[in-house]
Design a protein around this ligand. Structure first.
Ligand code: IMP
Ligand code: MG
Length: 185
């Protein structure tokens, strides 16, 4: 049994994804280069588990800089639920981000509670710079005020899977961004 029979429609195919990720990589690399010029401040990427794993794996191969990765875990869609119930931190943040160039990386900005929480917690540590990168951003009125520096694609407010995004922890390995058949939900 394959997962493909559960897919109703592909929203973004893998070629468009690869092209856009390469483009984002070039933009982020150029920004890191100008941020770090003439100083030794370290660069730390903070990917949010588990959804960002595929995106971050592709993105980092476009970054030539000497950098560290410190993953974090945030729960916002417990169990099978598709409703955001607010975010809470799990696990620990990477050590002391003070004075460092920090880039938060997540799969999708939906209600925005995950990004908002992380931005607040990390800002308290007083990094030299704090930027945020999401692969997808949903058009949600409630998340309008959230500041994100890099967005891969803006998508309509629909539930999507693939390229790291899951439903009930399935479909993360789907190479494209897709919408599920109603029967699969
Ligand atoms: P937020 O805190 O509501 O912005 O939600 C962010 C998290 O919810 C993301 O990191 C995803 O794991 C999950 N999420 C939000 N929308 C979707 C979706 O359409 N498909 C799969 N996961 C989603
Ligand atoms: Mg997630």
């Amino acid at each position: 049994m394959t997962m493909h029979q559960d897919i109703a429609r592909v929203l973004i195919d893998s070629e468009r994804i690869a092209a856009r990720v390469a483009e984002m990589g070039r933009e982020i690399a150029a920004d890191i280069t100008s941020q770090t010029q003439g100083n030794e401040a370290e660069v730390v990427l903070v990917p949010v588990l588990t959804g960002s794993i595929v995106f971050v794996a592709d993105l980092i191969r476009h970054l030539p800089h000497k950098l560290r990765i410190g993953v974090v875990s945030v729960s916002s869609y417990p169990g099978r639920s598709r409703q955001s119930r607010g975010a809470s931190m799990r696990g620990v943040l990477p050590d002391n981000l003070a004075g460092k160039h920090v880039l938060i990386i997540d799969d999708i900005l939906d209600s925005g509670s995950t990004i908002r929480l992380l931005q607040e917690i990390i800002a308290e540590q007083q990094p030299a710079t704090l930027r945020t990168c999401v692969f997808l951003r949903k058009e949600r009125e409630s998340a309008r005020d959230i500041n994100v520096d890099y967005v891969g694609f803006h998508i309509p407010d629909e539930f999507v899977v693939g390229y790291g995004l899951d439903y009930n922890d399935y479909y993360r390995n789907l190479p494209e961004i897709a919408i599920l058949r109603p029967e699969a939900l």
